[in-house]
Design a protein around this ligand. Structure first.
Ligand code: UZR
Ligand code: MG
Length: 259
């Protein structure tokens, strides 16, 4: 991947208040159906009530699933049979994901592709101007959630806060079964085959080892209201105007903007 100069660069620690950037980038990783999306939704909901001046109150969530790459015909056939490994790092368009996150970090407006789990296809190419893609305007806080958001070093190093949602595997499998039947048009046999042959081994090989990069590990996912409250309070505290250490922030920081 390009921009290799970024490899190995430590992201700012939580107590690095002297440089609170805008947007504040939060990575949320964890196994399939661990509750990443729900944790992000709760953080977003609670930050909406932040004591931040209303014009600058903006939080958005991006899913790594939006960056699944387009498959060739042979891969697509395998996907239909449930034999394509969507839990492997190679399943993603990492360059597009990284480029998009860099643009977001530079406060540019970006287009996020829409992915369709039923057809295993991107519903909208990045170039297309149809309504299916999501246009993302510069925001104060951007959450990127996905199974492998801490796997790629260049991406991992961009986050100012890293969360790992750590939910019991049995709970995840049962949620996954229900969700795949209801929302992703799968049958039980295929789901279980895919889970044992691809999803679980890939989780253990690629996702679980990235837990060590997390700043905060959230047991039980979205049920853990105490952890979510603490994280939200911390983000609010970092971004609150008129804080004692505000003078230490640079002019581009979130709290340093005129209001
Ligand atoms: P979350 N996935 C699909 O089921 N179909 C696709 O076309 C693309 C991805 C699944 C993928 C992974 N695995 O486990 C999951 N499979 O989406 C990640 N098989 O999504 O983090 O919401 O569980
Ligand atoms: Mg999800």
């Amino acid at each position: 991947m390009a921009h290799s100069h970024q490899v190995g660069r430590e992201s700012p620690r939580l107590n690095g208040l002297e440089n609170v950037p805008r947007p504040f980038l939060i990575g949320v990783a964890g196994g399939t159906a661990s509750g990443k999306t729900s944790v992000c939704a709760k953080i977003m909901e609670q930050l909406g009530q932040a004591a931040v001046e209303s014009r600058s109150r903006q939080v958005c969530i991006i899913s790594q699933d939006a960056f699944y790459r387009n498959l060739n015909p042979e891969e697509h056939q395998r996907a239909i049979r449930g034999n394509f490994n969507f839990d492997h790092p190679d399943a993603f368009d990492t360059n597009l994901m990284y480029k998009t996150m860099q643009d977001i970090a530079a406060n540019k407006t970006v287009e996020i592709p829409t992915y369709d789990y039923v057809t295993h296809k991107r519903a909208c190419s990045v170039q297309c101007r149809e309504d299916t893609g999501q246009v993302l305007y510069p925001a104060d806080v951007v959450l990127l959630e996905g199974i492998l958001v801490f796997y790629f070093p260049e991406l991992r190093d961009m986050f100012h806060m890293k969360l790992f949602v750590d939910t019991d595997p049995d709970t995840r499998l049962s949620r996954r079964v229900l969700r795949d039947i209801k929302e992703r048009g799968r049958d039980l046999e295929k789901i279980l085959h895919q889970y044992t042959s691809l999803v679980k081994p890939a989780f253990e090989e690629f996702c679980l080892p990235t837990k060590k990069y997390a700043d905060v590990i959230i047991p039980r996912g979205a049920d853990n209201t105490v952890a979510i409250d603490l994280i939200v309070q911390h983000i609010q505290e970092l971004m609150r105007p008129n804080r004692q250490n505000r003078r230490r922030y640079n002019s581009e920081s979130l709290v340093g903007r005129p209001h």
